[in-house]
Ligand binder design. Structure first.
Ligand code: GDP
Ligand code: MG
Length: 305
């Protein structure tokens, strides 16, 4: 199945809770009035688009309707589709993953437990490997031994090198070692996994900052990317997490996983509208090739079916 077909299938439930609802909202209307706009706004909010983005979209619709003298409510879904396309596209201008001009590109991957960090690292490592790059992954989620094992399985699958420590060891020290190793082995990419929670009360954000600091000690530009992984199926929670991690961890890009099967895929619109951080990658499954660069047009076309 092509990636687009997978994305389209993955967004089927979102289509029901979002696009189909919009279509229902306008179906038996004879005219476009304030009541219709208000109902549309509510529909969008319920579809996890988020209050801010919903307001922006409906405001845009009002303007279009006025300017183009639209009278047929049946035209609303198509107008909305283009509004969403513009909103999402404007935020995704810079969605390429950064790459260091020389020396290893260091990518740090952060996010709460279970969102898909380790899986996404495995998929990303496989992609770089496929491009002929030398990749090192670092098992910086030292919270559980199982997390280290899981990254090891992915490293084997992607056929890339791994650096790991003992369960409970210091992730910043491991990250430092990883960058050192990558430099001496002339590797192209280092991807650092991190924990989503901690044993001690020491703040997760403080730990992430420490990893960042340590990594930049030898390579001042590193990490070149801090990717925040968000689980699309958590809807508004994902937006909350983006706000918390965004500033504290210096996030440069978002990886949105589990777009497959979620009914909350509208959250992409909310995230792009409320965050200044671009969505760079999307995940639509558990397999190694189920991660792709985020393409706004593809997303909107898949969403509207
Ligand atoms: P972590 O705790 O953030 O490292 O999350 P994991 O990488 O361990 O992933 C948690 C679960 O989510 C695993 O069962 C993954 O297979 C699953 N997962 C990750 N990404 C996706 C995705 O894009 N789609 C689906 N359906 N499942 C995913
Ligand atoms: Mg993990």
């Amino acid at each position: 199945m092509s990636f687009f077909a997978k994305l389209k299938e993955g967004l089927a439930k979102t289509r029901q809770t979002f696009v189909d609802k919009v279509r229902e909202t306008v179906r038996f209307r004879k005219k476009i009035d304030e009541e219709l706009f208000e109902e549309l706004e509510e529909t969008l909010i319920r579809a996890d688009v988020g209050a801010e983005a919903s307001l922006k979209l409906v405001e845009g619709l009002r303007q279009q309707v006025r300017e183009k003298r639209v009278e047929d409510p049946g035209q609303i879904p198509e107008l909305l589709k283009e509004q969403i396309r513009n909103l999402v596209a404007s935020a995704a201008m810079t969605n390429a993953i950064a790459s260091a001009p020389e020396g290893p590109t260091v990518i740090m991957v952060v996010g709460v437990n279970g969102v898909g960090k380790t899986t996404s690292i495995g998929k990303l490592a496989a992609q770089y490997k496929g491009e002929g790059k030398k990749v090192l992954v670092a098992a910086g989620d030292t919270f559980r031994a199982a997390a280290i094992d899981q990254l090891e399985v992915w490293a084997r699958r992607a056929e890339v090198d791994i650096i790991k420590g003992q369960e409970g060891s210091d992730p910043a020290a491991l990250a430092f070692d990883a960058v050192q190793a990558a430099r001496s082995r002339r590797m192209d990419v280092v991807i650092i996994d991190t924990a989503g929670r901690l044993h001690t009360k020491s703040n997760l954000m403080e730990e992430l900052k420490k990893i960042k600091r340590v990594v930049s000690r030898d390579l001042p530009e590193a990490p070149h990317e801090v990717l925040l992984v968000l689980d699309a199926s958590t809807g508004q929670n994902a937006i909350q997490q983006a706000k918390i991690f965004g500033e504290a961890a210096g996030v440069t890009g978002i990886v949105l996983t589990k777009l497959d099967g979620s009914s909350k895929g509208g959250v992409v619109v909310g995230i792009t509208s409320e965050m200044k951080i671009p969505v760079k990658l999307v995940g639509v499954g558990e397999k190694i090739d189920d991660l792709r660069p985020f393409n706004p047009n593809e997303y909107v076309d898949a969403l509207f079916g």
